[in-house]
Design a protein around this ligand. Structure first.
Ligand code: HAM
Length: 417
């Protein structure tokens, strides 16, 4: 390991990669704003109760994965493990509380103390959206279709959408009774986590990835038929709208998602290149109770994991986005030429032209090597004799041709190239 490797589960993003990150963010901003979403930036840490109450005290994330610390006044703070709770906290301070719809998107780092592995980080990055204040099946379908469009726009073909319904709170008791009866019969063959889940949160059993548990889960009764007729109709409407919008999906009643705030529609996206276990995006409809609020706020949204999107793009060999086009390299020999180059560079850069130049005293050969390395389209060369004659040499790096240009015409000449 290198002497100064970043902590496990974190990574540096170097310029060669950062272009892809920016492309994913810019494409998201463009597509999401076409759907009426505006960007919201919230703090990377919040009061701990925002997540405890928002995500549910029984969730794996809240119980095992949060980075929690005390501020100087002894209040408990937590690095955000996801974006939804903080967004909702922020939006309660707007007129969304009075029923006005708000559509926001966000990107940035999230923190979960998970065991690091391929595609699983402790600091990872999400691009997400929340559509808050309304509840309707067509809103859910529109949100899922937007994610589908986004994945296509960033070159990710072949993503698999799985959807399900969580119903509403009143649907759960009858469905839970059916599941409890079934799992209680098999619990001795299931993992210790599932044994605890049977009492504490039976839905989490459906999520268990242990092979043995998987076989038992596969035989679980169809609990959806115990949901109310309204909830079943809601789900049917989401599915037919998705079909109309051309979003291919599979309905799977085993999909429950790891956070407790979901109601009605939930969905997850995987890609065969990463295997079925690792989701590249997930989301759904939710109701969030915030500290001090009596009524929950409804919303629907999703978040994609940027690192995972990049893994899929790499596996699919999607070409990296074009980097800034090559500009001009200024070679200066002697103090006065370097100074003149610095002034010219400043003027050209203000005109939006990429300029590289050497500001230390180095040989002509060394500077020429640098010009080649940065793949400049043109090179400007001037030394003492050119300075005396008030000219500079401009070399076209593609064909090797060169010409002399008067000092006063340099800016115009280069801008017009
Ligand atoms: P989530 O499923 O916990 O949902 O995370 C969303 C996405 O973040 C995952 O599908 C995955 O791509 C990425 N992700 C999660 N954990 C990690 C990790 N440790 N390393 C790398 N990537 C990771 C949420 O966070 C919800 N807030 C989504 C949502 C928004 N639901 C409604 N609105």
């Amino acid at each position: 390991m290198a002497a100064f490797a970043p902590p496990p589960g974190t990574a540096d993003v170097f310029p060669a990669e950062a272009g892809s990150w920016r492309f994913l963010e810019n494409t998201a901003a463009k597509i999401f704003s076409d759907y009426g979403y505006g960007e919201l930036r919230t703090p990377v840490f919040e009061y701990t109760e925002v997540f405890q109450r928002g995500l549910g005290g029984e969730t794996e994330v809240v119980q095992k994965e949060m980075y929690t610390f005390e501020d100087r006044g002894g209040r408990s703070l937590t690095l955000r493990p996801e974006g939804t709770a903080g967004v909702m906290r922020a939006l309660t301070n707007t007129d969304v509380a009075n029923g006005t719809e708000q559509r926001v998107f966000y990107y940035g780092p999230m923190f979960r103390g998970e065991r690091p592995s391929a595609g699983r980080r402790r600091q990872f990055h999400q691009i997400g959206v929340e559509n808050v204040g309304r509840c309707a099946p067509l809103i859910d379908a529109e949100c899922i279709a937007m994610l589908h469009n986004y994945l296509q726009a960033i070159g990710i073909e072949g993503a698999r959408f799985t959807i399900n319904t969580r119903g509403v709170a009143a649907d759960r008791a009858p469905a839970e009774a059916v599941l409890r009866e079934y799992f209680a019969k098999h619990i001795d063959e299931m993992c210790p986590d599932c044994r605890t889940r049977l009492e504490r949160n039976i839905w989490r059993i459906l999520d268990c990835k242990q092979e043995n548990c998987g076989k038992i889960i596969a035989g679980a009764p169809d609990y959806l038929q115990h949901f109310s007729a309204e909830s079943q109709a809601y789900f049917e409407e989401v599915k037919s709208a998705l079909t109309m919008l051309g979003v291919p999906f599979t309905a799977d009643s085993k999909l429950v998602r790891g956070l407790d705030y979901y109601v009605h529609t939930v969905f997850e996206v995987t890609h065969p290149e990463l295997g079925g276990q690792i989701a590249i995006a997930g989301g759904g409809r939710y109701e969030l109770f915030l500290p001090g609020e009596k009524k929950p706020l409804p919303g629907v949204g999703f978040a994609t994991g940027v690192e995972r999107l990049l893994m899929v793009r790499e596996a699919l060999q999607v070409p990296a986005p074009e980097t800034a086009t090559a500009g001009i390299y200024l070679i200066g020999l002697g103090a006065s030429a370097r100074l003149a180059n610095l002034a010219l560079a400043d003027k050209l850069r203000r005109a939006g032209i990429r300029v590289d130049l050497e500001l230390e005293e180095r040989s002509f050969k060394a500077q020429m090597r640098s010009a080649n390395r940065c793949q400049a389209a043109f090179t400007l060369i001037r030394g003492e004799s050119e300075m005396e004659k008030h000219i500079a040499i401009i070399k076209n790096m593609a064909d090797g041709s060169q010409c002399e240009v008067a000092e006063n015409d340099l800016f115009e000449h280069i801008v017009n190239k």
